[in-house]
Design a protein around this ligand. Structure first.
Ligand code: PAF
Length: 292
C-alpha cells in the first residue's frame, strides 16, 4: 500500500513564531532536519529537502539571501528573490510531514548589526573559493552559525556542489561545539551533466548545452588520475578551455579532500577531489568530482 501523502507547509518570518511552532513539535525523541538555502530553489535544493523529510520527523527550510557572503554588491542586488515561486516548489514535494519554512528578515537574523565574524577554519577558507571570493566563507560561517542557533536542528543538509563550503561548515560546528550532524548530499546534475545551480537559468540554451563540457572535463580528469602526473592533468585541463570561446577557466585544482590543500603527490590512503570554477560571460559556475 502506498503511504498517504500529506502536503503541508507553514511559513514563518519571525524567530518568535518559528520558535513557538518548534516548541509545539519537539518531543525528546523527534529529529529536526534543516536545509538552509538562499532561495531561487532548483532540483538540487529539492533533493536536499526530500532527503531531509525522509530522515527526520520535521524539517525546516530557511530562505534567506545572506548579505555578508557576497563580495560584490552588484551580485547581492541582482540575486533572484521570489518567495512565492520558492514556496510553490517546496509545496510540490511529496512529504509525509509538514515542511516548516523560515523566511526571516535581515534584522531577525542579524539584529541591528549586519557584520561578519572572522573565523579561523584551519586554512580551509584560504583555498579556491576563498582566494577568488575574499571574505565569502566568513559570511557563510556567520550566517550558518546564526541559523543553526535559531533553528536548533538535529541534522543539517548541504550539497557537495559547494564542497569547500561543506568542509568549512563541518569545521564551524566543531569549533563552536554545536550539537548537529552535518549531512553531505551528492551533486544533482542536469541531463547533460551540468551541476544544478540557481545560476544555470541565466545561461542561454546554447550556453547551457555547451556547459556540459565542465563535467566532461572533470570525468576525463578522474579517468587520468590514476596514471597521469598531476601537473600534466592540470595543463591538459587549462588547454581544454584555452581553445574555448564560451567558457573561461578561473581555476582548476586537485586537492586532498579533508584539508583542501593542493595535492603535490598522491598518498594512497587519502582521498582527492578536482575542483573547477569557470565563467560563461559574467556567470560563474563551480563543480567538483571525487577522484579516488
Ligand atoms: O549554499 C548556500 O545556499 C548558502 O551559502 C547558505 C549555506 C544557505 C548560507 O547562506
Amino acid at each position: 500500500m502506498h503511504p498517504i501523502i500529506v502536503k503541508s507547509m507553514k511559513v514563518f518570518t519571525t524567530n518568535q513564531s518559528l520558535h513557538s511552532c518548534l516548541a509545539s513539535l519537539k518531543t525528546s525523541a523527534s529529529s529536526l532536519g534543516f536545509v538552509p538555502t538562499m532561495g531561487a530553489l532548483h532540483q538540487g535544493h529539492l533533493s536536499l529537502i526530500k532527503r531531509a523529510t525522509k530522515e527526520n520527523e520535521n524539517v525546516v527550510v530557511s530562505i534567506f539571501v545572506n548579505p555578508t557572503q557576497f563580495n560584490n554588491t552588484g551580485d547581492l542586488e541582482t540575486y533572484p528573490r521570489d518567495l512565492n515561486q520558492d514556496l510553490k516548489r517546496i509545496e510540490s514535494i511529496e512529504s509525509l510531514g509538514e515542511i516548516i519554512v523560515y523566511a526571516p528578515s535581515e534584522a531577525a537574523v542579524y539584529g541591528n548589526s549586519v557584520t561578519k565574524e572572522a573565523f579561523d577554519f584551519g586554512g580551509l577558507e584560504l583555498q579556491m573559493e576563498g582566494k577568488f571570493r575574499p571574505g565569502h566563507f566568513h559570511g557563510v560561517g556567520t550566517v550558518v552559525q546564526k541559523l543553526l542557533d535559531i533553528v536548533g536542528p538535529t541534522q543539517a543538509y548541504f550539497g557537495e556542489k559547494d564542497f569547500q563550503q561543506l568542509q568549512i561548515i563541518k569545521k564551524l560546528v566543531k569549533i563552536s561545539k554545536t550539537n548537529v550532524k552535518i549531512i553531505a548530499c551528492s551533486i544533482e546534475r542536469e541531463p547533460n551533466g551540468l551541476a544544478m545551480s540557481s545560476r544555470n537559468t541565466r545561461l542561454t540554451s546554447a550556453e547551457r548545452f555547451h556547459a556540459s563540457k565542465i563535467y566532461d572535463v572533470l570525468k576525463t580528469t578522474k579517468g587520468k588520475f590514476s596514471d597521469t602526473p598531476l601537473d600534466e592533468i592540470t595543463k591538459w585541463v587549462a588547454n581544454q578551455f584555452e581553445k574555448d570561446a564560451i567558457i573561461n577557466l578561473e581555476y582548476f585544482q586537485i586537492s586532498e579532500q579533508l584539508t583542501l590543500q593542493p595535492a603535490n603527490k598522491i598518498e594512497p590512503q587519502k582521498k582527492y577531489r578536482a575542483f573547477i570554477s569557470v565563467y560563461i560571460r559574467n556567470i560563474r559556475l563551480i563543480d567538483n568530482i571525487a577522484l579516488n
